[in-house]
Design a protein around this ligand. Structure first.
Ligand code: GDP
Ligand code: ZN
Length: 296
């Protein structure tokens, strides 16, 4: 029996890393367990085969989830400690999407950072937005995957983390990963050709070790997807500056919408809380309520 880490998933096939660093293919014992990237698992070598068998999953520190087609919650990755949201000059940054990701990270209890890419395009940077994210405690790095400028900053950001990378399609996530790992990427993401389920099974998600330290999980399923919340009342916990101000609201159950004596609205008026972030908060509250009322 070995404690291994799941480093790539292809439907029911997995790639795992053994304690000695060796990476091997694995299958899953039974239908009940569903390992995901980042999982710590017990595995054993199957007799007379090169495949390993995953027999159990260790308790997860956290999970990144999303509701699937059948309305059930699907786990996409586990045991993360950082979320990197990539935004870029082009496609134009949608800060609401950025806030939804940050909200998800906050609710998972993990730290997050914003990587603003394509600075080589010479456009004006959204300095106010970036400065505000920095002021409320998020890491902010600007870079160009194209020219390599700032990529060392991204490397430093991820050095000690098991991070997941997210952001709108086209912002440069693949390019940034390539810039960080070079040719190493291909090695991790490939499963052996002996795979019984065919050699062209597509990767669900992969954990990529970064030269210099840290790992990054890239998952097509989460790349440009921001998770929905269980209820609108937990939305305020996903905005750290709102959560902090909420302690001074007159009512303990203040939703920071129309209640009197609301410290959040006061701070928006003085500019201590960014009105744009507050708009994101309200949109998330509305979206969550519509979802729970089945209006979508
Ligand atoms: P993803 O969908 O987030 O993975 O984005 P990609 O990495 O596929 O990049 C989308 C497009 O943007 C590609 O055409 C890249 O060549 C381009 N791109 C990525 N990074 C940069 C950058 O720093 N500067 C410029 N000018 N283009 C970039
Ligand atoms: Zn309030």
């Amino acid at each position: 029996m070995n404690h291994a880490t799941v480093i790539a998933t292809y439907s029911r096939r997995m790639r795992i890393r053994l304690p000695n660093g060796e990476e091997v293919d694995a299958r899953i014992k039974g239908k009940r367990i569903k390992p995901v990237c980042g999982d710590h698992v017990d595995a054993e070598l199957i007799e007379n085969e090169s495949d390993w068998l995953i027999t159990s999953i260790a308790t997860r520190r956290n999970e990144l989830t999303r509701p699937n087609m059948r309305g059930k919650v699907e786990v996409l990755a586990a045991n993360l400690d950082y979320l990197v949201v990539v935004a870029a000059v082009e496609p134009k940054a949608d800060w609401f999407i950025v806030d939804r990701y940050l909200c998800a990270a906050e609710l998972m209890g993990i730290d997050a950072g914003i990587v603003f890419n394509k600075i080589d395009l010479g456009a004006d940077l959204p300095t106010d937005e970036l400065a505000n994210y920095q002021a409320i405690g998020y890491d902010v790095v600007t870079c160009s995957a194209e020219s390599g400028q700032g990529i060392e900053g991204v490397r430093n950001l991820l050095r000690s983390h098991c991070a997941i990378i997210v952001g709108q399609s086209g912002v440069g996530k693949s390019s940034i990963i390539n810039g960080l790992v070079g040719d190493e990427l291909q090695k991790t993401a490939q499963i052996s050709d002996k795979s019984r389920e065919g050699r062209h099974t597509t990767v669900n998600s992969a954990m990529i070790s970064l030269p210099g330290g840290g790992v990054i999980i890239d998952s097509p399923g989460v790349r440009d997807y921001a998770p929905a919340l269980e209820s609108s009342t937990i939305a305020s916990r996903g905005f750290r500056e709102i959560r902090e101000a909420a302690q001074e609201c007159r009512f303990a159950n203040c939703r920071h919408l129309r209640e009197p004596g609301c410290a959040v609205k006061d701070r928006c008026e003085t500019g201590a809380i960014s009105p744009r972030r507050y708009e994101s908060y309200k949109r998330i509250v509305n979206l969550t309520e519509q979802l729970s009322e089945g209006r979508f």
